[in-house]
Ligand binder design. Structure first.
Ligand SMILES: Cc1cc2nc3c(=O)[nH]c(=O)nc-3n(C[C@H](O)[C@H](O)[C@H](O)COP(=O)(O)OP(=O)(O)OC[C@H]3O[C@@H](n4cnc5c(N)ncnc54)[C@H](O)[C@@H]3O)c2cc1C
Length: 373
């Protein structure tokens, strides 16, 4: 067998994996069915600065805005999360994809565009080497090799408007069980003069576009967008349950990114988890080629890195999905009074909530009484 890896999918997860594989000296070819990578843009690009630093990508030319916090709204109540240092960047998703592509190619990976890989071709690739399925939420690779299943999808709809709101440094998040269940609505300043408005709903709740229409007709949103021009819009989906397995060692197939369900269940953000998983996958493949190590090493490393955080995100999601509008409004009011937003701004971690728990424990051991405010 050749030391060759075929990566199916040239989204961020596939390209970050390919970059690391090529850097490790492994012959890597990425296949994508699209002729132009990263288009059409159907997803947002809010990424934590801490997470971006972990991926080690030269992303600065994709930044369109920088965020210092969030306002969480429910039932007329608001909790403010604010941080003096910037916590996240909003990135241009097409530009981000291009950067990932250029960095993978610069390391020596080949990228073949306009090539939809079929089940029969997958068999050929896996007999020659290793296959990495990075082919997104509805993964052909996972289906072909019958690797686990994703039980829960969110349907999304979002649009960009040529307008601004009162503070371009914060994202607004709206919980309203009558409009969306399973996620939330959001207003994100993509730049100082472009606002993105979007919504996600559990696939069992119904149609994301219908929810979006309801969302933009609520007073809170219509007051912000007014008669502003809609400059882009589109629907998509997010897998929000992890696959029970992400490796088929017999066929030498690994899954990364949305194909593996590697997203934060409470927000649907997947770029940081999928990219870190891609780096872990590449390291395991290197160990397989060099030392005959078990490919399950990747699955174990992924679960060890993220298990606690995924569990914490799932707890948050179950809470906001089940508590109802009054309960959520009441919770936000109490948390705001306690100053929990300032605590989150200072110690929180958008990707790894377990880091916040560790900070809390560290603080707890220093002070017998902890004040959130
Ligand atoms: C509305 C919305 C908002 C989001 N907001 C954020 C956010 O703010 N922050 C964040 O981190 N994440 C966000 N996400 C999630 C994020 O977009 C995904 O987690 C991420 O794009 C997944 O990357 P990927 O490379 O795994 O898959 P994809 O980006 O889906 O790439 C898969 C690629 O595989 C190709 N492909 C598929 N099948 C084949 C085949 N058979 N042969 C060849 N090529 C194939 C496709 O053409 C595609 O290019 C959002 C998602 C949505 C829908």
């Amino acid at each position: 067998m050749e030391e060759k890896v075929s990566v199916i999918g040239g989204g961020t997860a596939g390209l970050v994996t390919a970059k690391r594989l090529a850097k490790l000296g492994i012959n890597t070819v990425v296949y994508d069915q699209k002729r132009v990578l990263g288009e059409p843009v159907r997803a947002s690009g809010i990424l934590s600065i801490k997470g971006l630093q972990k991926i080690g990508m030269n992303y600065s030319s994709a930044i369109t805005n920088t965020l210092h916090g969030a306002r969480i709204h429910a039932n007329g109540k608001t909790m403010n999360i604010s941080s003096k240092p910037a916590v996240a960047h909003v990135l241009d998703r097409k530009r981000l994809n291009d950067i990932c592509h250029d960095e993978a190619v610069a390391e020596g990976a080949d990228v073949l565009l306009g090539k939809r890989v079929t089940g029969r071709e997958l068999e050929g690739f896996s007999s020659e080497g290793i296959v990495v399925g990075a082919d997104g939420a509805v993964s052909e690779v996972a289906r072909h090799y019958k690797i686990g299943s994703i039980k829960n999808y969110l349907l999304t709809y979002k649009a960009e408007y040529n307008t601004s709101h009162d503070d371009h440094r914060v994202v607004d998040v709206f919980f309203d069980g009558k409009v969306s269940k399973g996620l939330f609505g959001w207003i994100c300043p993509n730049s100082e003069d472009i606002l993105e408005v979007g919504i996600g709903v559990d696939s069992s709740f119904g149609n994301a576009m219908a929810s979006f229409k309801k969302f933009i007709s609520t007073k809170e949103i219509s007051d912000v967008i007014g008669n502003a021009k809609r400059i882009s819009e589109g629907a998509s989906m997010i897998p929000v349950s992890q696959r029970s397995r992400i490796v088929d060692p017999k066929s030498r197939v690994l899954l990364v990114g949305d194909a593996a369900g590697q997203v934060k269940p409470s927000t649907g953000g997947g770029i940081i988890y999928g990219s870190i998983a891609g780096i872990l996958a590449a390291e395991s493949i290197k160990n397989y080629f060099e030392h005959g190590a078990d490919l399950y090493q990747y699955e174990r490393a992924y679960r060890k890195t993220f298990m606690l955080d995924i569990w914490m995100h799932e707890m948050v999601k179950s809470f906001y999905s089940g508590v109802g509008n009054m309960g959520m409004g009441f919770t936000l009011k109490i948390l705001e009074v306690l100053g929990f937003g300032r605590f989150l701004g200072r110690y929180g971690d958008m990707d790894m909530p377990s880091e916040m728990a560790r900070n809390l424990l560290r603080l707890g051991s220093k002070n017998s009484e902890i004040s959130f405010g």
